[in-house]
Design a protein around this ligand. Structure first.
Ligand code: TRP
Length: 306
């Protein structure tokens, strides 16, 4: 359908997919596929802007492609950035329409270069890190994307993409590139079960995230040890308890969600039951994902052994 709007998004291949990534972004990618022409990328070149390991990056890229397919992203909607040379070609052209000053003012560039300054001895900050949002712009403009589902952290980059596209369009005197717009969708924000004051993330360490493809027993163990109350809360639901409710809802077990919420309101909620329900909901959700992943891994198709 030619009047269908195009949605584009991309993710860096930084290893394991956890419940925070899944509920916060990927589940939304899967849903959007019914409504729009969707194009989703695994952007391995972007991952080269921070310190990386060559073999790991290559593995993570294919692992992520498999994981995305396993959770329901259609293979025909996926691209691997380094396999499509037009991304980097367009990036060069767009470099010539990008303002150096504006790039140096990007919040993410400032944050990441500070982070590198602190962690690496030689203080090396690559031009790639500065150019990161221009490559991202190429990812978007090349497919003439109308919408980019973004979180707050990517708003500034999307604004930059529009500036670059507009500058190019002015130069050629016609609306050659579509100016991409942000697509805001409310998605569940999953917190770390070990420290519910923080969002679930890999960088905080193993205890702080739950892999979508973890063993059932590991998931049950992690949920069982989830922090619930700190004792400091009065009259409001603690972050830890809210997080478990959020997981049950995000995993789609509305029956458990409603009845446990009734218990909570009546003051009769047992945390052991809440945890049990959360673990069950998660395990049921991901069972088919794991089966699909196994099938995909057995498939010795042309993409294997790269
Ligand atoms: N910068 C994005 C992130 O790390 C990844 C990304 C690269 C992206 N190209 C994109 C996101 C194009 C949306 C559209 O989250």
């Amino acid at each position: 359908m030619s009047d269908q709007k195009t949605v584009l998004s991309a993710i860096q291949p930084t290893g394991d997919m956890h419940l925070g990534n899944y509920f916060g972004a990927i589940a939304n990618w899967v849903r959007l596929q019914d409504q729009y022409r969707c194009i989703y990328g695994v952007v391995d070149y972007h991952a080269m802007t921070m310190p990386y390991d060559v073999a790991k990056l290559r593995n993570n890229t294919w692992e992520l492609i498999t994981n995305l397919m396993a959770v329901g992203v259609y293979a025909e909607n996926l691209f691997v950035q380094s396999l499509v040379p037009e991304h980097t070609e367009l990036c060069w052209i767009l470099n010539c329409f990008s303002s150096y000053g504006q790039l140096t003012r990007m919040t993410q560039f400032k944050d990441k270069s500070n982070q590198l300054g602190e962690t690496s001895k030689d203080d090396f900050i690559s031009v790639g890190l500065l150019d990161y949002p221009v490559l991202q712009t190429a990812d978007i403009l090349i497919y003439r994307a109308d919408y980019v589902p973004v979180g707050k952290d990517q708003e500034q980059h999307l604004e930059l993409s529009r500036d670059i596209a507009q500058r190019f369009n002015n130069q050629v005197g016609k609306p050659y590139f579509v100016l991409p717009e942000a697509l805001y969708t409310e998605t569940p924000k999953i917190r770390s079960t070990a420290d519910p004051s923080k969002k679930m993330s890999k960088s905080a360490g193993e205890k702080h995230y739950i892999s979508v493809f973890a063993e059932e027993t590991a998931i049950r163990r992690q949920i069982k040890s989830a922090v619930t109350d700190t004792g400091a809360e009065t009259g409001v639901m603690s972050d830890g308890v809210a997080n478990l409710f959020e997981m049950i809802k995000a995993a789609g077990d509305m029956t458990a969600f409603t009845s446990l919420l009734d218990d909570y309101q009546a003051g009769s909620l047992k945390y052991a039951e809440l945890k049990e329900a959360a673990a069950n909901a998660l395990v049921n959700l991901i069972r088919p994902f794991k089966e699909r992943k196994m099938e995909l891994n057995q498939d010795k198709g042309p993409l294997k052994n790269k």
